[in-house]
Design a protein around this ligand. Structure first.
Ligand code: S3P
Length: 179
């Protein structure tokens, strides 16, 4: 893997961006960051609390600022919040400052992973499954804009990390061949 390069993980909530990102960073000897954690560090509030007190618009603006700050560095693995890709400027920034890998999972698998967790304001309530499906359908076209995709269903985090590394290596080889 080319030294110094930033790797940015995007994908729907519950696709494992933070868990996989932490391990990927360790394997590649890069520093790990997480936009949600950065927002929480700067505001002193949990993501849940920001949504509750100030709403999603405020969260998105904190999230964008966090992304910009984290992308100023090099040699990082950055896990992002699932909704970061909604903003076209965020997408451009990520693609300009690193290689973006999109993690995917089926909605059924995502629901299994997130249902017992109340940290995600967008997936709360008795209709959490319907909310998830609606968001998933809405966002699917945006996630598919990213050429590098890794399926995570039924895979361990080690397997996902190995796939990401293989994908990035083959992409680098292709780039070298293209000159
Ligand atoms: C969000 C995803 C969350 C967090 C916030 C909003 C989204 O991050 O940023 O709750 O809009 O998809 P994860 O993808 O890490 O759950």
């Amino acid at each position: 893997m080319r030294a110094g390069k930033n790797i940015i993980l995007v994908g729907f909530m519950g696709t494992g961006k933070s868990t996989v990102g932490r391990l990927l960073a360790k394997k590649l000897q890069k520093e790990f960051y997480d936009t949600d954690a950065e927002v929480e560090r700067v505001t002193g509030l949990s993501v849940k609390e920001i949504f509750r007190r100030y709403g999603e618009v405020r969260f998105r603006s904190e999230e964008k600022a966090a992304l910009k700050r984290l992308l100023q560095g090099d040699n990082r693995v950055i896990a992002t919040g699932g909704g970061i890709v909604l903003d076209p400027e965020n997408r451009e920034l990520m693609q300009a400052r690193g290689v973006v890998v999109c993690l995917t999972a089926t909605p059924e698998e995502i629901y299994r992973r997130v249902k017992n967790n109340d940290d995600r304001p967008l997936l709360q309530g008795v209709d959490a499954w319907e909310k998830l499906l609606r968001l998933w359908e809405e966002r699917r076209p945006i996630y598919s804009l990213f050429p590098l995709q890794v399926k995570t269903d039924g895979k361990s985090r080690e397997e996902v990390v190995a796939e990401i590394i293989a994908l990035l290596s083959s992409q680098e080889k292709e780039e070298e061949l293209e000159g």
